[in-house]
Write a protein that binds this ligand. Structure first.
Ligand SMILES: [Zn+2]
Length: 322
């Protein structure tokens, strides 16, 4: 077995595409790398929970030296059940993370030479699912919160009710004049019943939360937040200036939808796209694109597989947002 990658203590991930090709030149190297990410302290048997050594069977499975049962390297990871080489997956992940604004399924299909559009689409969604795990820490300090509408025509919009558009609530940390981390979630309506659970998951209690005067936010104080209401009246400012960070995030989000996804997003898949956007946004200052690849692969090693049918029913996964 090719253990070369495992013997590079100072290097966790490739920095350039050239290095990427070198690191993952063979399937054996890809497997060794996944092994390291999955069991950083050495193999622990999923069958008997004992951390002993394992040997490789002829069919590529791992046999525990303790209980002698077989485990698969990919079982319980994003790659579970795949018939494609890990090399193709890594290539897809490198491609997805090296494009600043993400890729479409068609783009991925072309670059990898995948036979079917559906495979490319499924892969993208699986990768987005791995992005969810990114950043479950709550936002802190001063956080702006507001809702925005995604999809559908811009006109014919009255108040906070909408038929065609999806409502997305945005929380954005203040970091000086800039934006810190963000959290996004699709909500059914702008009621307190929808807004409060989001804020509780996204923002640490005790933080200062800035909102507009919408009634849905009126109970924030009771939830343990320091609530500051920004109103246009008497401020001499326009609506988008009151909460500049969330409005900046909203416009970037809309532009991203239009550019990368050609605006065509079904509501039930919106959650995945919001996860991808958040993952990218919160790592936008990661200098090395390689680090983004590494984080995605790290999460893929710990994220269970999602059958295709579950991806199609994407709307049902509200419960484990954030
Ligand atoms: Zn065992």
């Amino acid at each position: 077995m090719d253990e070369e990658i495992l013997r590079r203590p100072n290097r966790e991930y490739p920095r350039t595409f050239q290095e990427f090709e070198e690191w993952f030149a063979t399937e054996a190297r890809c497997r060794a790398y996944l092994m390291r990410l999955r069991w950083p302290k050495g193999f622990c048997c999923p069958q008997c929970d004992v951390c002993a050594t394992a040997w490789r069977t002829a069919r590529g499975a791992l046999r525990c030296r303790g209980c002698r049962r077989e485990s698969s390297l990919t079982a319980g990871t994003l790659f579970e059940g795949t018939r494609k080489p890990l090399r193709d997956w890594y290539h897809a992940m490198w491609f997805v993370t090296s494009q600043k604004h993400g890729v479409s399924a068609l783009g991925l299909q072309r670059v990898l030479g995948l036979g079917s559009y559906q495979t490319a689409w499924t892969w993208l969604h699986k990768m987005r699912r791995a992005m969810i795990i990114a950043g479950r820490d709550r936002l802190t300090g001063t956080v702006e919160v507001d809702e925005t509408f995604i999809g559908g025509p811009e006109e014919d919009l009255h108040g906070r009710e909408t038929e065609k558009k999806a409502i997305v609530v945005i929380a954005a940390e203040q970091r000086g004049q800039a934006i810190g981390r963000i959290r996004l979630q699709r909500i059914n309506d702008a009621s307190a019943d929808q807004l409060m659970p989001f804020i509780e998951r996204a923002v640490r209690a005790g933080s200062r939360v800035l909102t507009d005067g919408w009634l849905g936010y009126a109970g924030l104080g009771a939830y343990g937040y320091e609530h500051t209401i920004k109103t246009i009246k008497g401020s001499g400012m326009q609506a988008h200036q009151l909460l500049p960070r969330v409005h900046r995030v909203a416009s970037l989000l809309k532009r991203w939808f239009l550019g990368t996804l050609q605006g065509g997003v079904q509501h039930r898949h919106l959650d995945y796209y919001l996860d991808e956007f958040t993952f990218r946004f919160n790592r936008r200052t990661s200098r090395a694109r390689g680090l983004l690849f590494y984080r995605l692969l790290q999460q893929a090693a710990l994220t269970g597989a999602t059958p295709y049918r579950n991806l199609l029913g994407g709307a049902k996964r509200q419960d484990h947002k954030m």
